[in-house]
Design a protein around this ligand. Structure first.
Ligand code: ADP
Ligand code: MG
Length: 569
């Protein structure tokens, strides 16, 4: 293998040459305490920066085995190292010329701790996958600047990041132990018959509509459980924690406008992920398979049986095998629920703010005016108990506007000045004393979910690009998959992974016989065995910046592909 001195010489020898001369840097170089792999060299200063990896052998890195023995610990350690690497890289990065010249960067993490391809810790080594903008003035190689990056900055960042004794051990320990506590807490939920837990003292509101950082200041009201739902749970590192445990069943969150209902639901919805220390939602933990449901008019739907919610559409359109390029608010919300059932969920989360009113409720007066035969929709109020009884699916829903829901709820929690109170007994009294005047409606009871088989003709992707753009878009050939209403997709790198997963699944598993869920399970199985990088087309190289999405978001991406064609099983 060549040495770092060979790399230095190569760089010096191409000084002032054209940018293409950088191509000669591809290869592996041995430094005194790590190996640098230059996997891909950018073709010009404006192209995406060059992809490199730095690998430190285990005996030099020196991480204690317990920090990567279990999955949650390893993911947290890798997350910690990625953040540390990123922070140092930012301080070394400076624009040294044209385009990305001088940039040193690694995948950027948000408030969630996710499995990423940016960092690997295993029994043999620690490896960071990052990018360097090879410096140029115009298109001319700037060797002195490149030498500085490769000979000073990179070794400095690697030394301060990938070697255990150079890290803040207290902070690292806190990061890893929190992840283990979160994992333990999520496991305990089901043992205790709970679907979500919100610890006392949690800070739920965010800084702004565009920032996921915690709201700060004296006006922040920390969460405090009502006594009726207060539970304490013992965690491996922190010991006892107390907070609100929401049991299985149908839970309403009510309260006046601006009293914190949606904020609570949003925290619960994000509780499927682990948050980092200091986030405020570290101990807001939800069952891993919770799915946020919303109306999403305009989305496409392929072969979904929504007859449990919608029947007798005009022109006799079949709702047992419903396809459309332009769903309405109610049909999109119905399709979202059925797809969540198909993927296998135990908890649905709904907010009136993002629901279709006619999907949620039809009151007594409207029932009198518009005959059931003329109303295709069976409102959710009449199916929410069937979901629980027939499928064991719980629901948490925010409804400030309809007391009819009191009759179908197991419990009613009222948000008042950002604090929850149990008002179940009072809601029952009111429901008994004032009959709402509405009758229960059922049309076609929801009993089974039809599995769907994606047809390969929609996935003939030779030469077609599958490309993620930001958080919300994937380009698939000529189609765009719009993910902006998939609210539990939280990180751009998850979207990058979704694009790779679609392509990977199309090549290997979509054969016209395998159901969508089997396809997704097969991909996730491969990822479990070989790491997320198995879906990368670059084998044994820098896999790009990817973060693991849940199977619900994978299914959501397939389901929003406008070219999708399916056969019902
Ligand atoms: P609702 O859904 O009941 O109308 P929201 O949840 O949207 O209310 O909250 C309204 C506002 O109050 C938001 O700006 C939110 O950030 C803020 N907020 C929510 N919870 C708290 C809290 N615990 N402390 C301080 N502000 C909060
Ligand atoms: Mg709201």
């Amino acid at each position: 293998m060549q040495s770092s001195q060979d790399l230095r010489q190569k760089i010096t020898s191409i000084d002032h040459k054209g940018y293409g001369a950088y191509k000669s840097l591809a290869g592996a170089y041995k430094y005194d305490f790590f190996t640098l792999f230059v996997d891909h060299v950018q073709s010009d200063p404006f192209a995406p920066p060059s992809r490199v990896r730095a690998r430190v052998p285990r005996d030099i890195a020196g991480f204690p085995g317990k920090y990567y023995a279990t999955r949650p610990a390893r993911v947290a350690l890798q997350d910690f190292l990625t953040r540390r690497f990123g922070a140092l890289a930012r301080t070394c990065s400076e624009r040294k010329g044209t385009g990305s010249s001088g940039v040193i960067a690694i995948d950027r993490c948000g408030q969630e701790v996710l499995e990423r391809t940016s960092m690997v810790v295993n029994d043999e080594y620690v490896e960071a996958r990052f990018v360097i903008g090879l410096p140029a003035r115009g298109r001319t190689v700037m060797a002195r600047e490149a030498v500085e990056i490769f000979m000073e900055h990179v070794p400095e960042i690697v030394k301060k990041t990938l070697i255990f004794r150079n890290l803040d051990r207290e902070k690292l320990r806190e990061h890893v132990e929190l992840a283990e506590d979160q994992e333990a807490l999520r496991k305990k939920l089901s043992e205790m018959g709970l679907v979500a837990f919100v610890a006392d003292g949690s800070v739920l509101p965010r800084e702004s509509g565009v920032s996921d950082l915690p709201l700060k200041g004296k006006n922040v009201i920390p969460f405090q459980s009502p006594p009726e739902y207060s539970v304490s749970i013992s965690l491996p590192h922190r010991g006892e924690v107390t907070g609100m445990g929401i049991p299985r069943g149908v839970t309403l969150i009510v309260g006046g406008g601006y009293h914190g209902k949606s904020t609570l639901l949003r925290a619960i919805e994000r509780g499927v992920y682990n948050h980092l220390p200091g986030d405020g939602r570290e101990l807001v933990i939800t069952v891993a398979d919770a799915v946020k449901i919303r109306a999403e008019d305009g989305r496409s739907v392929a072969g979904v049986d929504i007859s449990g919610f919608i029947n007798n559409l005009p022109f006799g359109r079949d709702t047992r095998n419903f396809s459309t390029a332009n769903a309405s608010g109610s049909t999109s919300q119905a399709a979202n629920i059925v797809e969540a059932l198909e993927t296998g969920t135990s908890l649905l989360l709904l907010d009136e703010d993002t629901s279709a009113t006619n999907f949620m409720i039809r009151d007594g007066r409207m029932q009198q005016l518009v005959a059931k035969e003329m109303e295709p929709i069976t409102p959710f109020i009449d199916t929410v108990r069937d979901l629980l009884d027939n499928f064991n699916i719980s629901t948490i829903l925010v409804v400030g506007g309809s007391g009819d829901y009191f009759e179908v709820a197991d419990r009613v929690i009222m948000m008042q000045n950002y604090l929850p109170r149990d008002v179940t007994a009072r809601a029952r009294e009111i429901a008994a004393a004032t009959r709402g005047g509405r009758r229960r409606e059922t049309a076609c009871p929801l009993t089974t979910v039809r599995e769907r088989i994606p047809l390969p003709e929609a996935f003939r992707l030779q030469g077609d690009k599958v490309k993620a753009r930001g958080l919300n878009d994937i380009q698939l050939g000529r189609d765009n998959i719009d993910l902006q209403n998939v609210e539990q997709l939280v990180d751009n790198s998850q979207t990058a992974a979704l694009a790779a997963i679609i392509k990977y699944a199309a090549l290997r598993y979509i054969d016209g016989k395998t159901t969508l869920m089997q396809v997704i399970q097969a991909v996730l199985h491969d990822i479990e065995k070989g790491g997320l990088e198995v879906v990368s087309p670059f084998k044994g190289q820098h896999p790009g910046d990817m973060a693991l999405p849940r199977k619900y978001e994978i299914a959501a991406a397939f389901n929003r592909y406008r070219g999708l064609k399916v056969a019902q099983k």
